[in-house]
Design a protein around this ligand. Structure first.
Ligand SMILES: Nc1ncnc2c1ncn2[C@@H]1O[C@H](COP(=O)(O)OP(=O)(O)OP(=O)(O)O)[C@@H](O)[C@H]1O
Ligand SMILES: [Mg+2]
Length: 279
């Protein structure tokens, strides 16, 4: 981590920006699994004197705060560089990547009025650079906040949640966010681990299961089907990057299925949990 000095302010949704960083860092990790390597995150201020043209985009002149996520992994071939931000573009094995990471990053950064560029060559690692407009008190229009994301709604609550998510970073951040809101959180890294835990005679009382849909081996819906055989009334929230409708049919049954689309901010997660817990 190389923190810049006297960094400017930016106006962003904190949960969304965390999501951006997580996605980039997880990709960087994946690019270095075989070889090992170094992940570097650098922040800095940048004054751009003239508009910068990159591919089809023009970044206006102005003051920016820059976040760079740099890895020394396998790199990206030229023919893929154009496509990596497309939804569902993935070179990962079926089941291990949904191809939504970078499209999420792109969406969040653009919604924030920023830009994201990539420099990479095969065998030469990759550098993702995020340029966020520096926030100036005067003359800056309030960013368009998502309705329901705004303000100071009370997101605290109580109860025990079983959080099932194989992606360590997502699970750790989500668990921390929920604990901060007052919940007790039990974590499981896989569908099997969750099921084993709930089948134990000394199993913890669980009010709500929050589970990823796509996981290796036992996926979220299959795990929940098994759990409902002995805990028919447990509340469930599925987290998925897939379109809700397509996904609902795969769970089957007539139960009410709560659904939190990826990407979500930590605020949206806490909001959804509170809504379902209080029902
Ligand atoms: N740091 C990187 N180094 C090498 N290739 C990368 C890097 N980041 C992204 N890519 C390439 O871009 C593709 C798309 O990335 P993206 O994050 O959108 O999807 P994914 O990682 O495959 O799946 P998901 O993020 O949804 O789990 C990856 O499959 C990979 O080929
Ligand atoms: Mg990814």
């Amino acid at each position: 981590m190389l923190h810049g000095r006297d960094l400017g302010l930016v106006k962003v949704d904190q949960g969304q920006l965390e999501q951006v960083i997580i996605n980039l860092c997880v990709n960087a990790r994946d690019a270095m699994v075989e070889t090992g390597g170094r992940l570097t995150v650098v922040t800095s201020n940048l004054h751009v004197a003239d508009p910068v043209q990159r591919a089809t985009e023009t970044m206006p002149a102005g003051d920016y705060v820059v976040i760079e996520v740099i890895d020394t992994g396998v790199g990206i071939p030229a023919e893929n560089l154009q496509r990596i931000f497309e939804p569902f573009f993935s070179t990962k094995e079926l089941g291990s990547g949904t191809g939504l990471g970078l499209s999420t990053v792109y969406g969040i950064v653009r919604q924030t009025g920023g830009f994201v560029f990539v420099d990479s060559a095969p065998g030469d690692g990759a550098k993702f650079s995020i340029y966020l407009p520096r926030y100036q008190e005067e003359g800056v229009q309030a960013a368009t906040l998502d309705k329901g994301e705004k303000g100071s709604a009370d997101l605290t609550g109580t109860g025990r949640i079983l959080l099932v998510e194989d992606e360590d970073a997502v699970r750790v951040f989500s668990a921390r966010a929920l604990r901060n809101k007052g919940y007790e959180v039990v974590e499981a890294k896989s569908g099997e681990a969750a099921l084993d835990l709930l089948r134990r005679p000394d199993r913890p009382e669980v009010d709500l299961i929050v589970t990823d849909v796509v996981m290796p081996q036992l996926d979220g819906p299959a795990m929940i089907r098994a759990v409902r055989e002995f805990m028919p009334d447990v509340k469930v929230i599925f987290i998925s990057g897939y379109a809700e409708e397509r996904f609902r049919s795969s769970v089957g049954g007539g139960e009410v299925v709560e659904f939190l689309p990826k990407p979500f901010s930590l605020k949206q997660l806490a909001g959804k949990v509170k809504e379902v817990m209080e029902r």
